[in-house]
Design a protein around this ligand. Structure first.
Ligand SMILES: Nc1ncnc2c1ncn2[C@@H]1O[C@H](COP(=O)(O)OP(=O)(O)OP(=O)(O)O)[C@@H](O)[C@H]1O
Ligand SMILES: [Mg+2]
Length: 350
C-alpha cells in the first residue's frame, strides 16, 4: 500500500503531507479544491505518468519551475522530481537512470469519468488503455513501446521532408521488431480481457447486456511485408500508414458498435466494465496488488450502482476515492476520509 504521500508545487498544492490508510480512503470536497490533483500525484509518483495530462509540465504549480513528489510504498521509498528541463526519480534514495526497477515497485488502477472516452473518443484512448495494462503486466512492454514511438517519430519526420528511402529505412528494423511485439502483446491482452469484460458488464448492468471487444490491428499479419507494400501511400501521405499506432478496439454492446448505439448510461457502464476488466488482469498477473485511484466516478452513478461498484472492488485493496459527498455510503466499515478544501487537507469522520 501507499503509506504516505508528499507533494511540493504540484497543481494547486504548494506543499502537502498525507498519511494514508489501508482499504478505503475518501477525499471529500467541493469542486476545484484539489481532490483529483491528489490522486494524480499518487499516480505520477508510482507510475511516472499522469493519467489526465499528456505532459507532466501541466502539473507544475502555476509560476513555479517544477514539482517534487515522494512517498513510501510499503517499505520502499519513492521520490520523483520534475522541472521543465529534467525528470529524475530515486528508489530508496538511490537515483535511477532507468525506470524498470522503480516501476516494478507498485501498480495502479485508475478509474475516472474520463474513461467514457474509451467508448466515444478516438482510438488513442483505447491504445492508451492497452498500454497502461501492458506496461504493468507484460515484461519489456514499455521498452518496446518507447522504441516503437522513437522509430515512428524519426521515420515520420524524414517522410515529411521527403528524404531518400535509404535514410527512412534506417528506422525500419526497430519499427518492425518493437511493433511486432506490441501487436502480439495487444492481441493476447484483448483475448485475456474478453471474459473479464463480459463478467464485469453483467455485474454492473445486470445479466441482460452482452459486451464484446475486438482487437483491430493497424497492420496485416506480416508487418515487414505490409510496410514494404505501403511505400507508395507513404510517399503520397508523407507519414507511416501501417503499424500498431493505428491499432484500435471495437466495442460491441449486444452485437452493435457501442460508440454509435449505446445510451449515455450504457456508455458509463461499458467504460466501468473495461476498467474493472483491466484491474482484473493486473490483479491476476504476478506482482504486487494494485492501488485503486478512483476519481469522480461515484457522482455520476445512482446510489445502488455506487454501492455495487464499491462491492466489485477487491475488499483488501487500498483505494483512494474522490467524492463531493458521502451521504450514500451504506457500509462505512473501516473507511478513512479526508476533507479537501482550498488546497489543504484534514482528516475527517466518515
Ligand atoms: N498547474 C496548476 N497550478 C495551480 N493550480 C492548478 C494547476 N492545475 C490546476 N489547478 C487548479 O487546482 C484546483 C484543483 O483542481 P482539481 O482538479 O484537483 O480539483 P477537484 O477538487 O478535483 O475538483 P472537481 O470536483 O471539480 O473535479 C483548481 O482550481 C484548478 O484550476
Ligand atoms: Mg476532480
Amino acid at each position: 500500500m501507499l503509506r504516505d504521500l508528499r507533494l511540493r508545487d504540484f497543481r494547486c498544492f504548494e506543499s502537502l503531507d498525507l498519511t494514508l490508510r489501508p482499504g478505503l480512503n475518501f477525499f471529500i470536497g467541493a469542486n476545484a479544491q484539489g481532490k483529483t490533483s491528489i490522486l494524480e500525484a499518487a499516480c505520477v509518483l508510482l507510475r511516472l505518468h499522469s493519467p489526465r495530462a499528456s505532459s507532466l509540465a501541466e502539473s507544475v504549480r502555476f509560476d513555479q519551475v517544477g514539482f517534487g513528489l515522494d512517498g513510501h510504498w510499503d517499505e520502499r521509498h519513492l521520490h520523483m522530481k520534475f522541472t521543465h528541463a529534467l525528470k529524475a526519480f530515486a528508489l530508496d534514495s538511490k537515483p535511477q537512470s532507468r525506470s524498470a526497477d522503480y516501476l516494478a515497485v507498485a501498480r495502479v488502477v485508475w478509474i475516472s469519468n474520463y474513461d467514457l472516452e474509451l467508448v466515444r473518443g478516438s482510438g488513442t484512448h483505447r491504445r492508451r488503455y492497452l498500454d497502461f495494462l501492458g506496461a504493468q503486466t507484460v515484461p519489456n512492454y514499455l521498452r518496446h513501446l518507447r522504441a516503437y514511438d522513437r522509430a515512428l517519430r524519426s521515420r515520420n519526420a524524414l517522410l515529411k521532408e521527403a528524404r531518400p528511402r535509404q535514410e527512412i529505412a534506417a528506422f525500419d528494423s526497430s519499427l518492425i521488431d518493437s511493433g511486432s511485439i506490441l501487436l502480439q502483446s495487444r492481441t493476447a491482452m484483448c483475448r485475456d480481457l474478453q471474459p473479464l469484460v463480459t463478467a464485469s458488464c453483467h455485474r454492473i448492468a445486470g445479466g441482460s447486456e452482452s459486451l464484446e471487444i475486438k482487437y483491430q490491428a493497424g497492420v496485416a499479419d506480416d508487418f515487414a511485408r505490409a510496410l514494404e507494400a505501403s511505400r507508395a501511400e507513404e510517399d503520397r501521405r508523407r507519414v507511416t500508414v501501417v503499424g500498431p499506432h493505428r491499432d484500435d478496439i471495437t466495442i460491441c454492446l449486444n452485437g452493435r458498435d457501442a460508440s454509435q448505439f449505446a445510451s449515455e448510461g450504457q456508455q458509463r457502464s461499458i467504460a466501468l466494465a473495461l476498467k474493472l476488466a483491466q484491474a482484473g488482469r493486473i490483479e491476476a498477473s504476478p506482482g504486487v496488488a494494485p492501488i485503486y485511484l478512483i476519481d469522480d466516478v461515484f457522482g455520476e452513478l445512482d446510489s445502488v450502482r455506487r454501492n455495487n461498484l464499491l462491492g466489485a472492488l477487491p475488499a483488501t485493496a487500498q483505494k483512494l476515492v474522490t467524492v463531493t459527498a458521502l451521504d450514500w455510503l451504506e457500509v462505512a466499515g473501516t473507511a478513512s476520509s479526508f476533507e479537501v478544501s482550498g488546497g489543504t487537507v484534514r482528516a475527517a469522520r466518515v
